[in-house]
Design a protein around this ligand. Sequence first.
Ligand SMILES: C[S@@+](CC[C@H](N)C(=O)[O-])C[C@H]1O[C@@H](n2cnc3c(N)ncnc32)[C@H](O)[C@@H]1O
Length: 409
Amino acid sequence: MDRKFSAFPSNNHTLAFHDHEIAPQHGTSTMKLSAVPENALEWLARAAGAVPTPILDTLIALLLARSVMVATRLDIFEALAGGPLPPDEVAARCGTDPSATAKLLSALAGADYLTYDAGRYGLAPVARKWLLKDSPHSLRDAILLQLLDARFIEHLDDFVRSGEPVHMHEGLTTDEWALYMRGMRSGATLAASELVRRVPVPSGARAMLDIGGAHGYYSVALCRRHLDLRSTILDLPEACAAAAPLLAAEGMGDRVVYQPGNALTTDLGVETYDLVLIANLAHHFSAGANRALVRRIARALRPGGALVFAEVMRPRTPGDAGQAGALADLYFALTSESGAWSFEEMAAWQREAGLIPRKPMRLLTAPGGGLQIATRPRVRSTRFTTDPMAHPSAHRDRDTHLASSLTPT
Ligand SMILES: C[S@@+](CC[C@H](N)C(=O)[O-])C[C@H]1O[C@@H](n2cnc3c(N)ncnc32)[C@H](O)[C@@H]1O
């Protein structure tokens, strides 16, 4: 059966063919991997329910994933950047075995990552755009990070049996920390410009805290747009050390700096920041830890300041989640304390801390991603300095005034 996998928009049921997808999906907008018939016979087989999708979902998906990751690590795509080559020449440039390389090239051509013509392989547009080091859209480092993810995923069996997750931040080697930081940086390119456009930076904002900011690219992008803004990245010491060269390459000088520490214990100060960003970290913390963190952040925000959660959001139902959302939730649960959180859960932590949650925002550039933003009311600072919870509903009538002081989203 000559079927292949493709990514389809999963919110359009006329395009997604997974066996159990029978209704249009609402809410999350993600793509899904699915088997695509390549000829009339296969269309008929699919219609008759005769396609053995579990084989495609396992053996074929595994081989496809591994082939793309390994070819990236071995610089197969880089070898073809200058134009099509025969397999022997690719093997010579990559220092690999000629006949095994020929098999890998053939597999990648079958999966539409490469073209094939008269004994020579070339880059297909998808590989040129996303996998070459020097492409402005390069996800090369994110793909390399997935070799590490693949190791964590090996533990899924144990996780489901015992409920014990892989604590991924514990026990990484120095090289793995560097790989992790480069991978996150490469993934951040996808959403950074949208995030920067949609985060409501309070007018006159000067101080930002980027908790778990890693490579610091979101801080860099926000500080480039808001010229008076400076950012402190609070991250684990190993992350700061591994990511420092990535931040240095952005040339932001002392406008974006690291503070090695721990989000759960480091003193965040009182009325210190106009903007606090937590991107892709809440899924590593339990509900209790997040709730306590948000209370400390509420105290650290200046009146009128904003707290922004940027996360892959947990949809309410598997139907809402779609394939990618539900698998991402499983992945986060496997590799961290808790798994993804929903907009509603984050908004509840914010409300409990005396902040005023805004309407959830879905990120168009990050599949399944969203922003849950809340602002600290503009009240006399003495009333909120020690415990914003003491006044959870205080001065809600000032919300309108607050909203008008924010830049448009
Ligand atoms: C998935 S990465 C997100 C990086 C970046 N914010 C982004 O969205 O691309 C999670 C980051 O949180 C950091 N982190 C994990 N636990 C932390 C903690 N207890 N305190 C501070 N940072 C932590 C990790 O070191 C890592 O840099």
